[in-house]
Design a protein around this ligand. Structure first.
Ligand SMILES: NC(=O)c1ccc[n+]([C@@H]2O[C@H](COP(=O)([O-])OP(=O)(O)OC[C@H]3O[C@@H](n4cnc5c(N)ncnc54)[C@H](OP(=O)(O)O)[C@@H]3O)[C@@H](O)[C@H]2O)c1
Length: 421
């Protein structure tokens, strides 16, 4: 059979990984696809850089040259930013090519449009590499969604933040020092904002939401924060209490509304994501039939990300070309009482004063434990979200959600102190 002609947009970390993997796994690919796959051209921004690319492969800075390749069947996209990636992939689909992307910022914003366009054009879009790198979460969710409903997702989606938090806890480092170590080891960019402020995890959560629920929450309403305010003292106190701080992306339906957040959360030892350390990513999906399913793996890096893109090749050539974002996904609402019960949660509050009756308007806030360290008061409380929000009005107060594996009503048996007005 004639070889499959492909083009590669971007020759950075991921692009080079794809180029190498196609060579090192040539035989495996041929046995699955039935043909060789040949990179005809590589698009880059800077045409003057020296690259380790075979002489017979065209290197260009002009995307129109890519479009002019006769019988081009697949375009791999591994460039940065919403544009020009979106425009390039739109044009590639118009030309009748399958497209495979690693670009999460672009796909979070334009994934639905590209999938609709591809569906009409009779081609496929692979986007496994946009979320959790080499961990096959996109395909697993697509597979689970054939019959199951997805109830909720909890995930560690940014390896840089997870590495920094693990290192702060294990080595007692301050945030800035753990960040410097991550940068030295190549786990963090020179400009780390995208990772440590939670934007990277946010884009991935949006993609997971579109896939799992058929739509995404309003971006402005997602409670997003990073890990820059996590102090060593917080980690120490919560470690003594049996918790680890993890940067958690969460999404679930509550009374008909899609609620999403990306922020540092306390996890107890029974939580499935408690043991996810270093640069690892993990995603826990709660489903209507299969129960809780957790996947763990490398969230980024040259070969894990290339792996996701190369595996997507088999998907785009074999799939029935359905738009996976349009799957009818019956949103399962928990019973009202159950939903309300699940609304009552634990929080850890840190502030300059102990929690007293002045802080609460009723007995809605129950304090499980409280201690003082270096002039700050740490309290573990149970309450409705609205009550927790009122605490944030106080100056210099910080709140962490606690994602406990135990139900709150079981926890309530452990209440040591109840504040009554
Ligand atoms: N790195 C990872 O582990 C990872 C994991 C998952 C997803 N991703 C996503 O994969 C994509 C690529 O990441 P990366 O780490 O490989 O980035 P990178 O190392 O910075 O490489 C980016 C490549 O894109 C090219 N490029 C940038 N703007 C371009 C433009 N306007 N036109 C043509 N080419 C352009 C650059 O060309 P020059 O070489 O000429 O500068 C470079 O080759 C990003 O969207 C990223 O979010 C990365």
């Amino acid at each position: 059979m004639a070889p499959i002609k492909a083009a590669l947009l971007g020759f950075g970390t991921v692009g080079q990984g794809v180029y190498e993997s196609l060579k090192t796994h040539k035989e495996q690919l041929k046995s699955v696809l039935g043909s060789d796959i040949v990179i005809e051209a590589v698009l880059v921004k800077d045409g003057t850089k020296k690259r380790d690319i075979d002489e017979n492969v065209r290197v260009t800075t002009d995307f129109e040259e890519i479009l002019r390749i006769p019988d081009l069947q697949v375009v791999f996209e591994a460039i940065v930013g919403e544009e020009p990636g979106f425009t390039y992939l739109k044009k590639a689909i118009e030309k009748g090519c399958h497209v495979i992307t690693a670009n999460k910022v672009m796909f979070a914003r334009h994934g639905k449009t590209l999938l609709n366009q591809a569906s009409e054009a009779g081609v496929s879009v692979g986007f496994e590499a946009t979320t959790a790198g080499g961990t096959p979460i996109i395909r697993s969710i697509s597979q689970l969604l054939q019959v199951n409903n997805i109830l909720s997702i909890e995930a560690i989606l940014n390896g840089t933040s997870n590495y920094i938090l693990s290192n702060m806890r294990e080595k007692g480092l301050a945030f800035e020092d753990a960040l410097k170590t991550a940068q030295k080891l190549g786990y963090a960019e020179a400009d780390p904002v995208n990772d440590v402020e939670g934007f990277d995890a946010f884009y991935k959560l949006i993609i997971l939401s579109e896939l799992s629920f058929g739509y995404a929450p309003d971006w402005e309403r997602v409670d997003r924060s990073g890990i820059t305010h996590v102090a060593q003292n917080h980690i120490e106190v919560f470690k003594e209490w049996g918790y680890r701080i993890k940067h958690l992306a969460q999404i679930h339906h509550d009374s008909g509304e899609l609620l999403a957040s990306v922020k540092p959360v306390l996890l107890d030892a029974e939580h499935s994501l408690y043991g996810i350390e270093g640069v690892q990513n993990a995603v826990m999906i709660e489903t209507s039939l299969a129960g809780k399913v957790t996947l763990q793996g490398a969230g980024a890096g040259k070969l894990p990300t290339a792996s996701a893109m190369v595996e997507d090749l088999t998907y785009v050539f074999q799939s029935s070309r359905n738009n996976v974002f349009n799957k009818s996904c019956d949103v399962t609402h928990r019973e009202d009482d159950e939903a309300k019960q699940s609304n009552k949660k634990q929080y850890a509050v840190i502030g300059p004063k102990p929690l007293t009756v002045n802080y609460v308007a009723s007995n809605a806030i129950q304090v499980l434990r409280q201690e003082e360290k270096d002039g700050q008061f740490y309290s573990l409380i149970t309450c409705w979200k609205e009550a927790a929000d009122t605490l944030l009005i106080e100056a210099n107060t910080q709140i962490y959600d606690v994602a406990s594996s135990k139900e709150v009503h079981n926890r309530e048996k452990e209440i040591k102190q109840v504040i009554n007005l």
